[in-house]
Design a protein around this ligand. Sequence first.
Ligand SMILES: [Zn+2]
Length: 219
Amino acid sequence: MLGPVTTGRPTRARSHRRPRSRTLRMLLALVAVAVVLGVAVVVVPMLRPAGPRPLFQMPVTCGETWQLSTYPGHDDYDVDFFPTEGEAWGRPVLASYAGTVTVAGINGSLGGRTPENPDGPRGRGGGYWVKIDHGGKWETQYLHLLEPPLVTVGQKVAQGDQIGRLGSTGNSGAPHLHYEQRRGWEKVETHFDGTPSGITTDEREQILRRTSNNCPAVS
Ligand SMILES: [Zn+2]
């Protein structure tokens, strides 16, 4: 066996590195802790599977028949609600299911379409809108409301609570309610009273009619 070999190369190269200060080491440790916490708080819930689908109801008054529709360029799964009878402006918009309001404000810009001036300047985006978190990663969205929502962020709502009035704010051609159901961050086919709506694509125009069963609970 050979003994230790001396190569003649300097062996203390590492000692030339400037020693890290104590402060820097502590800072790095804090950053590491923050990263681990961030992963725990943000990523872990993202990986958790969604809960079962809540028994969503149509976002309109119990017993009323409404037109559910979509058109090319809308977006898959998005549903526009128009009443089949009576004035659309100002109709109550109801929570599809119990939950907590996570958004109640303006998306994009309002524009100037009102009952008095229905062909006023078109706004951008969703106009006055509401988003409700139903737990289990399920949420619903309600767009183009006439006026500031009747609910505020953090408010708990029950199924059937009125959250706003139907309007035409934002990018809206005529007074209607644009409505979405989401699981996680994905839009999914809307279901009402346990039955799928059948609106799954915006490749073609689709118009159907359904009657709302968003009725007060019988006690
Ligand atoms: Zn729409």
